[in-house]
Design a protein around this ligand. Structure first.
Ligand SMILES: Cc1cc2nc3c(=O)[nH]c(=O)nc-3n(C[C@H](O)[C@H](O)[C@H](O)COP(=O)(O)OP(=O)(O)OC[C@H]3O[C@@H](n4cnc5c(N)ncnc54)[C@H](O)[C@@H]3O)c2cc1C
Length: 372
């Protein structure tokens, strides 16, 4: 079989083994089918990791501009949507086809439907699949995380790392919708589909973006972002009206202090159904200034105690993974096992929402590629 693997320009022969029937299938479902392939404002602060400094130099060596140059070389039309997020104009297929063309033009060989079952190390790496055995002096592990098991995600990258004595930072689902407690579900979840701009905060992090009510809980970019930083049983705080004093008009003595006026004030700021529901559940105890101040405070600090998240089934990413202490930051090679590299989502470097996870995959892949 290896006879079919052609040498590359610099003499290396590269074989890509993938258990799926096409490489990079997650690209096809990413960014709502348009692939948010990078972010113009990409820095180490956009990533979670046990070592927040680990990714810095690597991200600086392969930048969003490097990937954009590749996209432009392939004449792929794209646009900036918001907050520096770049998406394909047409379809995520453009990015996948570009990567397939790059593999083919550099002479890399791809074997699909080829699940790696076991890896051993003698003087080189011996990779076993169901019906073949491959020998290579170096092995790059890019098996991704546990998200979306129905697309074939498995723990095989973590198992391989453990087998070779590398530490794992226990993985958890990130960029994932929250499930509310039964009480809160009955209070809010009939508002499914409603969205509002909020600030979601937890663990010293905060994100000002949209919140979306789902039939089981809360989602939308603000909640997806904060989910990566959340650990059960922590609380999350939501500011429903960032920067707006909702009861301001009640300082005017001419404003009647009635529920009708209050409702109409809240409806100017929040979506009507949310305004009504909020006041049904948090009607002021009286019309004193103190009671109005309490009402104001509550709306800026809605505290929820989620019962959990939707888990890996719906998580866009897996946080945690191969501990960065185990890897050289310049090359992604294991410090303990020379020739063994880990790149992409399997590593404990997790991007925020907005194209950062792909930029990490490109940057870490490029670093390993140059070191081979
Ligand atoms: C719905 C969704 C939308 C997303 N949208 C975006 C977005 O717009 N922008 C963004 O930056 N990120 C997005 N992400 C995250 C992004 O897709 C991942 O972070 C990225 O794909 C990680 O790349 P990777 O190569 O490390 O792993 P993956 O893309 O998961 O690839 C892993 C590969 O390894 C193969 N594999 C696994 N185990 C084995 C084995 N034992 N043998 C052989 N092959 C194996 C798999 O088949 C797969 O092809 C999204 C994720 C999801 C789920």
């Amino acid at each position: 079989m290896l006879d079919r693997v052609q040498p590359l320009e610099h003499g290396r022969r590269v074989l890509v083994l993938d258990r799926a029937d096409r490489i990079g299938k997650k690209i096809l479902i990413s960014g709502g089918g348009r692939c948010n392939f990078t972010n113009l404002h990409c820095g180490a602060e956009n990533f979670l990791s046990g070592n927040p400094h680990f990714a810095k130099s690597l991200l600086a060596r392969y930048t969003p501009e490097d990937f954009i140059a590749l996209v432009e070389k392939h004449h792929i039309p794209y646009h900036e949507k918001t907050l520096g997020q770049l998406f394909c104009d047409r379809s995520a297929r453009d990015i996948l086809e570009m990567l397939e063309k790059e593999c083919s033009s550099t002479g890399a060989t791809i074997f699909l439907n080829t699940k790696i079952q076991e890896v051993k190390r003698t003087t080189e790496f011996v990779v076993h699949t169901a019906n073949a055995e491959f020998h290579a002096p170096t092995l790059v592990v890019a098996t991704g995380g546990l998200s979306i098991p129905k697309m074939g995600a498995t723990a095989s990258g973590y198992e391989l790392a453990r087998q070779f004595g590398l530490k794992i930072r226990e993985p958890w689902p990130g960029l994932v919708p929250f499930v509310l407690s039964a009480d809160d579900r009955s209070r809010y979840c009939d508002l499914t589909g409603l969205s509002a701009e909020v600030i979601a905060s937890c663990n010293g992090q905060q994100f000002r973006e949209k919140m979306l009510v789902t039939h089981r809980g809360l989602s939308g970019p603000a909640l997806l972002q904060i989910s990566s930083y959340w650990k059960k049983p922590q609380e999350i705080q939501i500011d429903l009206a960032p920067g707006i004093e909702m009861t301001k008009n009640f300082r005017d003595p001419k404003t009647p202090r009635t529920l009708t006026t209050l409702r109409s004030e809240f409806r100017k700021i929040l979506p009507a159904r949310l305004a009504d529901r909020w006041l049904d559940l948090h009607a002021p105890a009286s019309w004193t200034n103190t009671a109005l101040a309490d009402l104001e405070q509550q709306a800026h600090a809605w505290t929820i105690l989620p019962s959990g998240t939707e888990g890996y089934e719906k998580a866009e990413v897996t946080a945690g993974g191969v501990d960065t202490d185990e890897l050289f930051a310049k090359t992604m090679e294991s410090r303990k096992v020379r020739g063994l590299f880990f790149i992409g989502e399997v590593v404990d470097v997790t991007g925020q929402l907005g194209g950062f996870n792909f930029q990490w995959a490109w940057a870490s892949g490029s670093a390993a590629g140059q070191a081979l």
